[in-house]
Design a protein around this ligand. Structure first.
Ligand code: SF4
Length: 112
């Protein structure tokens, strides 16, 4: 479903998921966990845009940054590009500006 303004695209990296389940608790419409090991399962790759804030929140809270959210504009949905709303995963953690790194740095500053 789309209201013509944007389309939501979600991906997960099962290789980095630690099975914490926070995504399932917050957004069970989109995420589930495998019975055998708790690793995330994606129920919808293109959920309704009404779920955008919830999905983005799940991506931000994911401890392993295994969730990627893209907000595609009408032009992008037709193949000319996309606005990346949240890029998570191994590549992000390797970089110098990852959210996980900043969170850790902030926590360390608070402990001092
Ligand atoms: S919140 Fe992240 S680590 Fe936890 S189950 Fe979901 S994708 Fe995996």
């Amino acid at each position: 479903m789309s209201n013509g303004t944007f389309k939501l695209r979600v991906a997960v990296d099962q290789d980095v998921c630690v099975g914490a389940g926070l995504c399932v608790l917050s957004t069970a419409e989109v995420f589930d966990q495998r019975d055998e090991d708790g690793v995330v399962k994606l129920l919808q790759t293109e959920p309704d845009e009404a779920l955008y804030e919830k999905v983005l929140g799940a991506a931000r809270k994911c401890p392993s940054k295994a969730i990627k959210v893209e907000k595609l504009t009408d032009d992008a949905a037709q193949g000319s590009g996309s606005e990346r709303a949240a890029q998570c995963g191994r590549d992000r953690r390797r970089g110098s500006g990852g959210l996980a790194g900043r969170g850790l740095a902030a926590r360390r500053r608070l402990r001092r």
